[in-house]
Structure formats: C-alpha cells, structure tokens
Design a protein around this ligand. Structure first.
Ligand code: PLP
Length: 223
C-alpha cells in the first residue's frame, strides 16, 4: 500500500477516536516511524504529508538525517546511550526516551539549545520494558530541574503488544493522569503537556485517552 492510502485510513480512524472522546484531531501529531524502511519510502512518507519522523537507532537516524534532514522534524524514540547523545542532540525536535539522570546530564552538556524531552514511563511494569516506574517519575523530573537545557515537554510510554483493549486503555489512562499531576506542579522546566503514546496496534485507544503524539511505523510506512 502506498503511504498516502495508509494515511487516509489512519486519519479517518483518528477522526473517529476524536469524535468518541470529544477531541480535536489538530491536537494530534503523527510521527512516522521509518526505522523499518528505506530513504525512498521515507521521502514518500514526507510527500504524503508527514512532517515528523521517528527513528530508534543512531545509525538509522543518521542515515536518513544526512540524506533529507531539512525536509522533516526528527524525533529520537529509542533507547539512547549517553555516549551517542552528542551525535543527535542538536538535530532533533524531541527525544522521547529520557529515563535516567546520567542521560539528562549528558544532554545538558551537549545541547546548544534547550531540548524537548519526553520522560519514558514503564506503566505496565513489564521487566523487559525501558522507562521509569510511575512512582519514580515526579521525583525524577524534579531532579532534572538542575539541567537547564533539558525541558520536559511530556511523558511517553510503550504499551505491551496485546489485544486486550481494557488493559491498553488503563495503561494510557494512567500515563495521562500522571501527566496531569506533573503539569499541575507548574515546574518551570517541565510544562509536561504532551503524551507520546499509541503505535500501530493501539493508536485509536491512545487517541481516545489523550495522546498528543502517536508513533506509527508498520501501519503507516510498512515494516
Ligand atoms: C518501532 C517503534 C514504534 C512504531 O511501531 P509500530 O508498531 O510499527 O507502529 C513506535 N515507538 C517506538 C519507541 C518504536 O521503537
């Protein structure tokens, strides 16, 4: 399927999810996750109207960025090793995987401008997942306040790959509620308005539960 046809279907599903939940589709940014595909397919994605792209590995990110950097805004969505920070930090719109102080410290050292970060939360508590447990998130964000170039724009989670709608919904709801708690602290470095949640398997539910950034790979660009 071409990306434009996939996108039509996705936008229609987002429209339905917004209608069900009383939201405005303009509040939702679609991040096209291009980690599985070629540069040609990535360009097709941009031409279909997707201006935000996500990569989860340094090599894939640099390959695409070096070829077509100026045509999109770039989101780093994967686990980031501290020693690789300097290679991406001044090239991205946002990092979606902040999960430790040592990473915040390295970002602060290498960034030329304040960088938007999502704190990755392991809501489901699965041992295989990256991210902070929910109860650690607020204390973590308060500590990040000492790194002046790290700005907490929101929270991110990856739900388990299951079909149980209730389970997915409760994970997204917990992340949304945590976001509200942190937003209401009014920390100057942590406006924490955004929710990066929802992938190909579960984005409609994520939108119903308040996602502002959905990260779509296989259903949008293919795998
Ligand atoms: C690969 C990936 C996605 C996209 O996954 P799909 O299920 O193919 O949509 C989203 N977020 C992260 C962090 C990823 O690594």
């Amino acid at each position: 399927m071409d990306v434009a046809a996939n996108l039509d279907k996705i936008r229609s599903n987002i429209g339905q999810a917004c209608q069900k939940s009383g939201r405005n589709p303009d509040e939702i940014t679609i991040i096209g996750v291009t980690k599985y595909v070629t540069i040609e397919r990535t360009i097709e994605t941009i031409n279909a109207g997707i201006k935000n792209l996500g990569e989860n590995r340094l090599e894939g990110f640099l390959e695409k960025y070096n070829a077509i950097s100026d045509k999109a805004s770039w989101h780093f969505i994967g686990t980031l090793q501290s020693r690789k920070v300097k290679e991406i930090i001044n090239k991205v719109e946002a990092v979606h995987s902040l999960d430790r102080l040592s990473l915040a410290k390295e970002m602060n050292k290498r960034a030329e401008h304040p960088v938007d970060c999502f704190v990755q939360v392991n809501v489901s508590g699965e041992e295989t997942k990256h991210g902070l447990n929910s109860d650690k998130v607020l204390p973590f964000i308060k500590e990040v306040g000492r790194f002046e170039k790290v700005r907490i724009t929101g929270l991110m989670t990856m739900a388990p790959h299951v079909d149980d709608e209730d389970q997915l919904r409760s994970i997204f709801r917990e992340l949304a509620s945590l976001r509200t708690t942190i937003r209401d602290e009014n920390l100057s470095h942590a406006p924490c308005e955004h929710l990066s949640m929802g992938m190909s398997n579960d984005y409609q539910i994520a939108v119903e539960e308040g996602a502002t950034h959905i990260r779509l790979g296989s259903k949008l660009v293919g795998s």
